[in-house]
Design a protein around this ligand. Structure first.
Ligand SMILES: Nc1ncnc2c1ncn2[C@@H]1O[C@H](COP(=O)(O)OP(=O)(O)OP(=O)(O)O)[C@@H](O)[C@H]1O
Ligand SMILES: [Mg+2]
Length: 227
């Protein structure tokens, strides 16, 4: 589940009923945020901050954020990456969301005693690849196809053994593409899944950036202005 974009402004209440209501509200807020995100992305009106980011510290934070969920399901999370990764250019909250969506899937779809491993490597030209591998339930090629569609869930029946909306993966994929990168997924049913997140080097310049610099923002709208 994607964490809410804004933090929930109220402290966790004491009574157990109030706790249930609080948890439901937090859950609902994150579902609403996911739906807003996917519609914004699909409408092409999504803007990203572009700063230099340290991928390792974002990985550290997202692993820490999922640790108690992993502990509760008996899933071990291994972090295997160096601090020496080159910085990439991107939007910190969106990169955190990408990692969180992929990592939460790895934890969620891995049974007790399974393992999730997070690795990262420097590629030529200072691009960075993050790999999230799990020893979970895995997917067939057809299931993998479904999983990447908005609201697509493998075994989307009411008896489904895990919660969710089916937006985490397509949002992560679109956000990576907005960064000029790509996501590649390999999965084997009953063996596990590997998600590779390729993030271009900070030297990479997209056609969109060049167009905005040369022609100014909003060129697409200008061509639609009435005669
Ligand atoms: N690591 C994984 N192992 C096995 N199946 C996966 C994995 N990641 C995703 N899937 C499958 O792809 C589906 C879509 O994933 P996605 O993250 O979009 O949705 P979700 O996790 O079900 O819900 P949400 O992320 O919106 O809370 C999942 O429901 C699951 O069936
Ligand atoms: Mg998910």
């Amino acid at each position: 589940m994607t964490p809410p974009n804004g933090s929930w402004p109220y402290a966790k209440p004491d009574s157990s009923d109030a706790n249930l209501i609080h948890d439901a509200a937090v859950h609902l807020l994150s579902v609403v945020n996911d739906i807003l995100d996917i519609s914004k992305i699909q409408s092409g009106r999504y803007t990203l901050d572009a700063r230099e980011l340290d991928v390792a510290s974002i990985l550290d934070q997202q692993i820490a954020a999922l640790q108690s969920e992993a502990d509760a399901s008996g899933v071990k999370v291994n972090a295997r990456y160096s601090r020496e990764l080159p910085p990439i250019r991107g939007d910190e909250s969106k990169l955190a969301q990408i990692i969180s969506n992929i990592l939460s899937n790895a934890v969620k779809f891995t049974r007790a005693d399974g393992t999730v491993t997070v690795e990262a490597a420097r590629l030529p030209d200072d691009a960075v690849a993050v790999f999230v591998r799990d020893t979970g339930v895995g997917m067939t090629p057809d299931e993998l196809e479904i999983a990447q569609q908005p609201f697509g869930q493998v075994d989307g029946s009411r008896t489904r053994w895990r919660e969710g909306t089916g937006l985490g993966l397509p949002i992560a994929k679109s956000l990576v593409e907005l960064h000029g990168g790509e996501i590649q997924i390999r999965s084997t049913k009953d063996v596990g899944t590997e998600v590779a997140i390729l993030l271009p080097s900070r030297h990479h310049v997209s056609i969109a950036q060049v167009r905005d610099t040369v022609m100014g923002n909003g060129t697409a709208n200008e061509s639609e202005t009435p005669r």
